[in-house]
Design a binder for this molecule. Structure first.
Ligand code: ADE
Length: 418
């Protein structure tokens, strides 16, 4: 078996951590049990480009239990957990191509190695596999039933390909399932982003001005948790509705040009590029801490920051201190890559449980129904989404009410008014 991991000797630690995550992934465990009995993915080759974490390991093992041949590479150069990569290879016999801190060339070399398996299904977190297939490996398209996509940024890229009639196979937008983005994007990003910032800096949040750029589901999560730690949270937005929502959720809203002057912490979660630019860095307080928790490392204009700086030094792991020409220092965390995975461990297993149950059942759906779909971006079928919510509630031991006959009839009628 070919693979490329940092150190296969790390596998024992990785295995323990994979098993620990599984304890908090009851929905995925049930999917795995069903897959083990029915083998719905028998003989299907799956190439996955995901953050190589303990939670992803449990997804990969679930797909393998379902009968799939799985190959995995990283969806970000800084998010790989090397012990997990080692254990997947050694203990679970799943080929992995991922090394934390790999350079861009190695990142793409790993993508090519994963695609060499000639997949029938691709699983992306950011659409890099689909993008490489459509540009450099068009020969693979004929083998592909479809793809699944984990994240908002990837879904945006894929919808743009579909709108331009370029997409050559169907894609299931796992991100758009309610059991994904309501939980993973909000509570997952909220907790893991704060975790990443704190592990990298060990700074006090209480009483600080914490600027969050973007008030989508991820931004909502980050603001909520920063407020919980006692920060004064400021939101920047370009969408009037989201800005209004942030105002009525009790946050100060202002342009980044104003927020730049008063923030102690800055975190971008917009999915767009150059959100914090040179002119903003130049206005920041001495010692400001800046990071990104959006998918790609494009949200901070680090080229502009470098141009405004006299020098840069590593202040501690995951912290680069830029000394500006105006004498102030700006600290950038995790090279502007998603901080929750760079300096922490990503979202906790309990939310990834639902995201990855969607991934596994999405793959199952593609095998069963892929040939009936056109080359477009689809949401996860509602029955699957609802079933995942039901299973999660059951696992949490929470019961809910059911409609009475009378209530059902009332909801289906229009006659009864005041
Ligand atoms: N994205 C965010 N957190 C993650 C995790 N723990 N595993 C895989 N992908 C993630």
């Amino acid at each position: 078996m070919n693979y490329d991991v940092k150190d296969i000797g790390l596998s024992a630690k990785g295995k323990k951590r994979i098993e620990w995550a599984e304890l908090d992934m009851p929905v995925l465990r049930q999917v795995k049990e069903n897959f083990a009995k029915k083998k719905p993915l028998k003989g299907v080759k799956i190439a996955a480009c995901l953050h190589v974490t303990t939670e992803t390991a449990n997804l990969a093992v679930t797909l393998k239990e379902g009968g799939a041949d799985v190959t995995l590479c990283a969806s970000n150069p800084l998010s790989t957990q090397d012990d997990v990569a080692a254990s997947l290879v050694k203990d679970y016999k799943i080929p992995v191509y991922a090394i934390k801190g790999e350079d861009n060339r190695t990142y793409y070399k790993h993508i090519y190695a994963t695609l060499a398996a000639k997949p029938n299904i691709t699983m992306d977190d950011g659409a890099d596999l689909v993008s490489v297939i459509h540009t450099e490996r068009k020969d693979l398209i004929k083998n592909i039933i479809g793809s699944t996509e984990e994240t908002t940024t990837g879904v945006i890229r894929l919808k743009s390909m579909a709108a331009g009639k370029l997409l050559q196979f169907p894609v299931i937008a796992v991100n758009d399932a309610s059991t994904k983005h309501f939980f993973d994007n909000r509570y997952g990003t909220g907790q893991s982003t704060l975790d990443g910032i704190l592990r990298a800096t060990n700074r006090l949040l209480a009483g600080s001005n914490f600027v969050v750029c973007g008030y989508g589901w991820c931004g909502k999560g980050v603001t909520m948790r920063a407020r919980g730690m006692g920060a004064n949270v400021i939101v920047t937005e370009i969408d009037p509705l989201k800005a209004l929502e942030a105002v009525m959720d009790g946050f100060r809203v202002m342009p980044i040009a104003d927020a730049a002057k008063i923030g102690d912490f800055f975190c971008t979660v917009t999915g767009n590029l150059n959100v914090i630019r040179k002119e903003h860095f130049q206005k920041m307080r001495d010692g400001a801490i800046v990071c990104n928790s959006g998918h790609f490392n494009v949200e901070l204009d680090l080229v502009g920051l470098k141009a405004a700086s006299k020098g840069v030094k590593e202040a501690r792991d995951f912290v680069e201190e830029y000394e500006l020409k105006n004498g102030n220092k700006v600290c950038v965390l995790g090279e502007g890559r998603l901080i929750n995975l760079a300096s922490a461990e990503g979202h906790p297993a309990s939310v990834m449980d639902m995201s990855f149950a969607n991934q596994a059942l999405g793959a199952d759906f593609l095998v069963k129904k892929g040939s009936t779909l056109s080359n477009n971006v689809y949401t996860v079928p509602d029955e699957i989404d609802k079933e995942i919510a039901r299973l999660k509630l059951a696992a949490l031991g929470i019961k809910i009410d059911i409609l009475t006959k009378e209530q059902k009839k009332y909801l289906a009628s229009w006659e009864m008014g005041t």
